[in-house]
Structure formats: C-alpha cells, structure tokens
Design a protein around this ligand. Structure first.
Ligand SMILES: Cc1cc2nc3c(=O)[nH]c(=O)nc-3n(C[C@H](O)[C@H](O)[C@H](O)COP(=O)(O)OP(=O)(O)OC[C@H]3O[C@@H](n4cnc5c(N)ncnc54)[C@H](O)[C@@H]3O)c2cc1C
Length: 441
C-alpha cells in the first residue's frame, strides 16, 4: 500500500501544523516520523542535554497521541538520508512532507534529501510553517532584503491579514481516517535517550500554552524588568521546537499587544536574514568588521562565562543562564555587549557559549542578536555604541532584586572588583574598531 510520510523536525505538534495538514489532505495514508539526527546530536556539548530531553518528551507525547488516534508513529536515530533510505526499502513511500527550515545546515540537508528522494521517484514537499513571511516575501521597493527593522516591520504589518494567522488543521483533523497503522512488527519501536547514548537532564520550560492574557497586556511595561518571573511571554523554547504555533502566538499578540507582536516579528526577520546570508552564521555581515583585532583573553572569557566580572548585572545574567538555560532579553543584551565591547572578545565566542547553554537556542536569533550587539550584522546597533553595565543596572534592576537572586554576595568583600573600567574599555574598543574599519576601506 502506498503511504506518505510526514517528517516532523522543528514542529513537534499536531495542531496548526501546515505540513502535517497538507499530508493529511493529500489522500494517501499518513505515517508521521521524527529523526533524532546524528549530525546534530554528535555536536551537543554534553551527554546530558536538557534540550534533547525536552524534544524526547515532546516526541513521545506526539507518538502516544498518534497511536491513540489509530496510527503508527515512527521515531528513528541516525542520519536523515540513511533513515529515509531504510524506510523506503520497507514501505511503499510515495511522498515525504515536511515544513521548511531556513538554517544553513537544514537547507543543505533538505537539498540532499530532496535529491535522494526524487532519484527514487519520491516527492519531497516542503511548506512554510514556523514563520509568517519567509525568504523574499517582504522586500524593499527595489526588491532587496530590508536592512532596517522599522521598514521591515512596517511592510510586515501592512501584509499581516488575519487570514494568514488562521490555524492549519486541528487535532480533530488529525484523527481523520487517513492516519495509517503500519502492520509490520517493530515499526513503532522508538529509540530511548539511553539507546542514543544520552542521559536525562530536565530544566524548567513553561508548558506549551499561550502566555496568560495579563502577561501579554502588560508586556510593554514589564519586559525590561528581569526581577519579574512573568515580565515576558516565555515562549521561545516552544517556538524553537514548534510545540507552540507561531500563528497562535501572533494572533494573541496582534489582538492584545503591538509591542509583543513587534518582538515576534524580529524572529521572522532574523530567519530571513540568515536564509539570505548563510555566511553570517560564522562571519560578520559587514566586510569592514571582519578583521577586528579582538583581544580574546581566555581568562577574562572564563570570568564572563562564570559570572565573575565584578559587574553585578552581567554576573547575575551569566549565573542565571548557567543555572537555568534561560535569560531575559534585556540581560542577554547587557552580557553580550559587555563581552564584545568591554572585554573586546569575538562575538562568535559568546554566540557559541549561548548555543551550548540556551534552551531556546535558535541559530538565526542568536547569530542575529550577537551581530547586532557587536555592530557587525546586516542590521546592527552602531559599532561605536557601548552601553554602561552600571547604567543598565540602574534602569532595569534599581533595587537589586534580580541581582541578589543570583549574586547574593554583591556588595560584600567576597564579590570581585570590576574586571575592567567602563570608560577605559569603551575607548579601547571604539578606537580599535575605528582603526580596523579604516584599514579595511
Ligand atoms: C545576544 C542575544 C542572543 C539571543 N539568542 C536567542 C536564541 O538563541 N534564541 C531565541 O529564541 N532568542 C534569542 N534572543 C532573543 C530574545 O532574547 C529571546 O527570544 C527572548 O528573551 C525569549 O524570551 P521570551 O519568550 O520571554 O521573549 P519575549 O520578549 O516575550 O518575546 C516573545 C518572542 O518574540 C521573539 N523575540 C523576542 N525578542 C527577540 C529578539 N531580540 N530577536 C529575535 N526574536 C525575539 C522570540 O521568539 C520570543 O520568544 C537573543 C537575544 C540576544 C540579545
């Protein structure tokens, strides 16, 4: 019997899933699949990774829901091409459906998978799902990618009609009869964390529900107050792995808070930028910023990683990141700015450290924001802007509520003196960047 496969990747959910809804509507019986991709797992920093634990639990939930609805859920560990080739030998697969992914690794993987499948006469169909506008859907009048958020945001809002935010399919549609039960013995056997060589590590992630309405309504007042637990929406992990649908999030934000809507639009924008300029995952977008003589002092980098710089907001942030895998946006900006300007360390070191630690690590957002802070990106803060961590602290945590939660020894003799003086560091960075830019032009 001919079947089609729906390959879940960064969309671990049944409801409002563009590709899954299309597969179910295709007329062929559908078998959902998740591949624990060895090409990604081999590069995780540790054998106990909270992100993998989260993915694993969510995939198991999906598998159980699929089985309860009468289907078979396939989960496999390996390299995607090899897994798909093996499945093609066992089952008569007519098509593989999946949602688009815009990261450089993912686009290369999908090109190779598509070539392999088509060689065997199997269709590979991709759908836009985890952004509202992708690729070239929003351009300037001359047809280029906007380089200013204001212009992008304006065009985005002008195009953002309510029908674009309607859900694709639902649990009810998913329970339709075209889910397929594979009779082959063992087809539904799934890998475990242990069988993949990993241990369980749980870190807190809010449930995959929309944020409470009062959080969303107050967002513009509370987003820069890191002492509050609910000052922001806390949905980045769910958006990263697709346990929440971006359409649901945007519908709520559009109805209740334009500021939150604007922040969610940044996410689409950074994905568009990385898709257009995949080289910026590892190099500055601005050629004049590619040869900056960063100091890259390893002891100072360690002090930053461990929250021992003597700047309370920086240290509190890094300790929160290390302990929880999360950091509020405003503090991410402070610690990132401090690394690239005050310590004058290459933004890629910080980007990698965040990639290892953040539960919501998302290459496009991480690279985009790091390049923004370093002044090297397609869209960036001016390269000569150096925020004072002390003034940041006075603005966002004047009573030291947040700082004291993570750095209880602040103000005592046990707390280190500042690793570098603010004005000296600012001038050192600005002069070095200015000279490098002049030499490059
Ligand atoms: C140096 C640095 C690195 C970052 N790395 C990541 C990362 O790896 N993954 C990640 O998802 N976000 C990253 N961000 C963006 C932002 O800090 C987080 O998305 C946000 O803190 C997540 O918490 P929240 O869901 O409560 O956000 P909220 O403020 O409630 O915003 C809601 C959603 O909007 C999107 N969003 C908000 N701010 C941004 C932004 N500046 N850029 C892009 N999208 C945004 C996110 O999807 C977020 O979940 C980074 C920011 C900085 C300054």
């Amino acid at each position: 019997m001919k079947i089609c496969v729906f390959w879940h990747r960064r969309d671990i959910r049944l409801h409002d899933n563009a590709g899954l809804a299309a597969a179910l509507a295709s007329g062929l019986p559908v078998v959902p699949l998740f591949i624990y991709d060895q090409d990604i797992l081999d590069y995780l920093p540790s054998k106990a990774d909270a992100r993998l634990t989260y993915i694993f639990d969510e995939v198991e939930r999906l598998a159980q829901a699929t089985e309860a609805a009468g289907g078979t859920f396939l989960a496999r560990y390996g390299k995607p091409i090899e897994v798909l080739e093996t499945l093609m030998q066992k089952f008569e697969i007519a098509a593989v459906h999946a949602n688009e992914d815009y990261e450089p690794y993912a686009t290369e993987r999908d090109t190779a998978v598509g070539q392999m499948l088509r060689k065997h006469g199997v269709n590979f169909l991709l759908y836009k799902d985890h952004v509202i506008f992708a690729k070239d859907e929003i351009t300037t009048k001359s047809g280029t990618v906007p380089k200013v958020f204001g212009a992008y945001h304006k065009s985005y809002l002008a195009k953002l009609t309510d029908d674009l935010l309607l859900p694709f399919g639902s649990l009810e549609a998913f329970k339709a009869e075209n889910l397929h039960q594979i009779p082959t013995a063992g087809a539904g056997l799934r890998p475990t964390l242990a069988s993949m060589g990993f241990e369980r590590l749980e870190q807190f992630v809010p449930t995959a529900d929309l944020p409470a309405e009062d959080v969303v309504r107050n967002y513009h007042n509370t987003r820069n107050m890191p002492a509050l637990q609910n000052g922001t929406a806390r949905i980045s992990v769910q958006l990263r792995f697709g346990t929440l649908s971006v359409r649901q999030v945007m519908r709520q934000a559009k109805a209740l808070n334009p500021k939150l809507l604007a922040e969610s639009i940044w996410r689409d924008f950074f994905m568009v930028l990385l898709w257009h300029y995949p080289n910026t995952a590892t190099e500055a977008y601005d050629p004049k910023m590619r040869h900056i003589p960063y100091r890259n002092n390893e002891d100072e980098f360690r002090a930053w990683c461990e929250g021992r710089t003597g700047y309370p907001l920086v240290d509190a942030g890094m300790r929160e990141l290390n302990a929880t895998g999360y950091l509020p946006n405003r503090v991410r900006m402070t610690v990132a700015g401090f690394l690239v300007k005050h310590l004058f360390i290459d933004w890629r070191w910080g980007e990698q450290y965040f990639a290892d630690k953040l539960l919501d690590y998302e290459q496009a957002n991480n690279v985009g924001n790091w390049q923004w802070m370093a002044g090297t990106g397609a869209i960036s803060a001016p390269w000569f802007r150096v925020y004072s961590p002390e003034s940041q602290l006075a603005q966002v945590d004047p009573e030291l509520k947040y700082v004291k939660r993570w750095v209880p020894e602040v103000g005592s003799s046990a707390y280190p003196v500042p690793i570098v003086e603010h004005r000296f560091a600012r001038e050192r960075a600005v002069e070095a960047i200015r000279a490098a830019r002049t030499a490059a032009s």
